[in-house]
Ligand binder design. Structure first.
Ligand code: SF4
Length: 364
């Protein structure tokens, strides 16, 4: 029997310029390379149809910058997916690359959620982050998206940037809210190895500031709650009914298939990463060779640990039956006001969410 897959991730590895904090597998892409990549992706998708029972509830185009693909190339990929009618079809977009022709193509193909990588509304921080857009481009892009009929828009932001003042973050949050997004993701900057930002941290030019991070996180919770965006996961906020179904599937430990170079998949007891090299990916697809690297066996114990780890980060928490063998830890967390039991679920309190990762470790 073919494994049933309800969630598909499509990795588009192209970015106009690589941001100095980014550790994803991304690179520039000439028109020729993009064409060859799209052909390979279509072939990978057609092979996936034979191997898996695809009953897609969500499709997520991430990257990279999916909005870099011109309308024709995007439609060629979308054609391979046209018989699916997912409830949620997300595409990540960069404000500098959205055009009317592209939004029309996305709409036509069934995209119904756009995630906009805004990151900041401050011109100096946008420059520091190496972004290609200006603060003004963000509301303009959102108007363009709304004009094309998109009613579910996420804005991605980053806080606790080097030397960032609280007032700068407050202004960015206010500017984002003025765009009336249905969903907002706010991530504290993380210094990823092998990035220019990491080197600047290592050299002592920049320092992390945990207190500032906590302050900004707390003010984010307050401001967004006030605006009707509820924290359904530590870094993710949504109006009622606009929570990301695709991301919830990851956090609930559901299976997913990833296609494209460097895309990860978890299906049954197997987890793997597609080869992280676009040329090699295209070549292997052409030759019908295996794309999988870093193959891991996901034992029931690993699955359970991940469910606890990710579940604790969410508003729905974890089923108490998953943590029965950790009775003492659960009682202590409740006594310390870091968690509460709501019905049959263990849910972290706002104070507990601040230290969610260290709490999760106590269940490992
Ligand atoms: S646009 Fe996004 S994916 Fe591309 S380099 Fe910047 S952060 Fe990374």
């Amino acid at each position: 029997m073919r494994p049933l897959i309800r969630h598909l991730y499509v990795h588009i590895p192209f970015c106009a310029k690589v941001c100095p904090y980014c550790a994803f597998y991304v690179h520039g892409g000439s028109a020729g390379l993009q064409k060859r990549f799209v052909a390979a992706l279509r072939k990978e998708l057609s092979v996936a149809r034979e191997k898996f029972d695809l009953q897609l509830e969500t499709i997520y185009f991430g990257g990279g910058t999916p909005s870099m693909l011109n309308a024709d190339l995007f439609l060629m990929i979308a054609e391979s997916l046209q018989d699916f009618k997912p409830g949620e079809f997300t595409l990540e977009a960069n404000p500098a690359t959205v055009t009317e022709a592209k939004t029309a193509a996305w709409k036509w193909a069934g995209v119904n959620r756009v995630s906009l990588g805004a990151q900041s509304f401050d011109p100096d921080y946008l420059k520091l982050l190496g972004r290609q857009h200006t603060p003004e481009d963000i509301p303009e892009t959102i108007s363009l998206l709304r004009g094309a009929g998109f009613a579910n828009i996420n804005i991605d932001l980053m806080f606790s940037l080097p030397m960032m003042k609280d007032t700068t973050w407050d202004r960015t949050l206010a500017a984002a809210l003025a765009c009336h997004p249905q969903h907002l993701s706010a991530y504290a900057l993380s210094y990823e190895e092998d990035t220019p930002f990491f080197e600047r941290l290592q050299s002592g030019e920049w320092k992390t500031d945990e207190e500032r991070e906590i302050r900004m996180f707390n003010s984010t919770l307050d401001v967004l709650r006030e605006a009707g965006l509820d924290a359904y996961e530590i870094s993710n906020f949504a109006k009622h009914g606009f929570e990301s179904v695709h991301n919830l599937a990851y956090w609930r430990g559901e299976d997913y298939l990833g296609v494209g170079p460097s895309a990860c998949s978890t299906i049954g007891t197997q987890r793997w990463k597609n080869i992280e090299d676009t040329e090699a990916y295209i070549c292997r697809v052409d030759r019908d060779e295996c794309l999988r690297t870093e193959i891991e066996i996901v034992t029931p114990e690993i699955r359970q640990r991940e469910r606890i780890m990710f579940g604790l980060r969410t508003r729905e928490g974890v089923d108490l039956s998953l943590v029965t063998e950790h009775g003492n830890t659960v009682c202590r967390l409740i006594e310390e006001g870091l968690a509460q039991s709501l019905g049959k679920r263990l849910v972290l309190t706002p104070r507990g969410r601040l230290v969610a990762d260290s709490i999760a470790e106590q269940f490992c």
